[in-house]
Design a protein around this ligand. Structure first.
Ligand code: PEP
Ligand code: MN
Length: 320
């Protein structure tokens, strides 16, 4: 933001007035007079308030690169589940492994108080020899298991080809970390007109993440929930690095809705409870957690899956 001064304005007085409002100013002096640049991370500045300061000629703001994200703001609800008051829990296995498995886990997740059942039908796996998911069959099992218990469904669309089927079986379409900048997929997901859970890429900047959200909204998505799932750090003691600064920034400065996935962030079940509490304190409105009744036998991501009783304890602990 740039504040320009009238020709004979008292620059020191104007600067003092800006500083009193909590703004960080940088004085720029040029041929056309004095101006002040306002640091973007200083206090929220209201353009009209600044224009009323004695000596100010005008205030200029650079146009946002993500106007739709800015205008949309926080997500109020997805399929009747309210976001922004009590934490929303999105829980379930990494992968839908069989109809029996998702029925058992859906029952646990519903009893624990979750609102969304998660589970991958199309799995992005680093190795081509890893379990790739049961595809369309898994979507039908997931939807049935959820609907029987009044749960909503969140699941990943791995490619443009999957989008219509995923949209038909889900309430919230997940775009995975590896696909955050797959712009053709973002547009196809947006065209489905549904709510999107947009996971942050492992090396994506906040700006790139917001712009990926802009792609979804521009293509027609009903809303975007930004999901922080850890970025790649330099240390391998945890699977990824949970970027709570980005969570706070998105929640409190950009005022968009953030879901945190501590499972993929840390990769180990013993850290999920403390990271969940930290994420909520930083401003997350939802928590996505992997849950399995037999994590040691899970076909993917067993070490980071909570056991059902651990999920139930965590949901209770967060209430008190
Ligand atoms: C997942 O949610 O199962 C998943 C693959 O997540 P991510 O894209 O964050 O790795
Ligand atoms: Mn997983």
């Amino acid at each position: 933001m740039l504040v320009t001064l009238k020709p004979h304005a008292d620059a020191a007085c104007v600067q003092a007035a800006l500083v009193r409002l909590g703004l960080w100013t940088e004085r720029l002096a040029g041929d056309v007079g004095v101006a002040f640049a306002i640091a973007p991370h200083s206090a929220a500045a209201h353009v009209n308030e600044l224009r009323c300061i004695e000596g100010v000629a005008d205030v200029f703001c650079a146009p946002s690169q993500h106007p739709r994200v800015d205008a949309a703001g926080a997500v109020k609800a997805v399929s009747g589940v309210a976001f922004g008051s009590a934490p929303v829990w999105l829980a379930g296995p990494c992968s839908v492994e069989s109809e029996a498995q998702i029925e058992i886990i859906a029952e646990h997740v519903a009893r624990a108080g979750a609102q969304f059942l998660r589970g991958g039908a199309f799995k992005p796996r680093t190795s081509p020899y890893g379990f790739q998911g049961h595809g369309g069959d898994a979507l039908a099992w997931l939807r049935r298991a959820a609907s029987r218990r009044g749960l909503k469904v969140v699941t990943e669309a791995l490619s443009e080809r999957d989008v219509p089927l995923v949209a038909e079986h889900s309430d919230l379409i997940q775009v995975g970390a590896r696909n955050m900048q797959n712009f053709a997929l973002l547009r196809e997901v947006g065209r489905a007109g549904r709510a999107v859970l947009l996971k942050r890429g492992v090396a994506a900047t906040v700006r790139e993440w917001l712009l990926a959200g802009e792609h979804c909204l521009q293509a027609g998505a009903a809303s975007v929930l930004f999901c922080e799932r850890g970025v790649r750090g330099y240390d391998d003691v945890t699977r990824n690095f949970l970027d709570l600064s980005a969570v706070a920034l998105l929640a409190h400065v950009h005022k968009v809705s953030v879901v945190v996935d501590p499972s993929h962030a840390c990769g180990r079940r013993d850290l999920i409870a403390p990271l969940t509490k930290a994420a909520l304190a930083a401003g997350a409105v939802g928590i996505m957690i992997e849950v399995h009744h037999q994590p040691e036998a899970a076909l993917s991501d067993g070490p980071q899956a909570l056991r059902p009783d651990e999920l139930a304890h965590l949901v209770e602990a967060v209430k008190s």
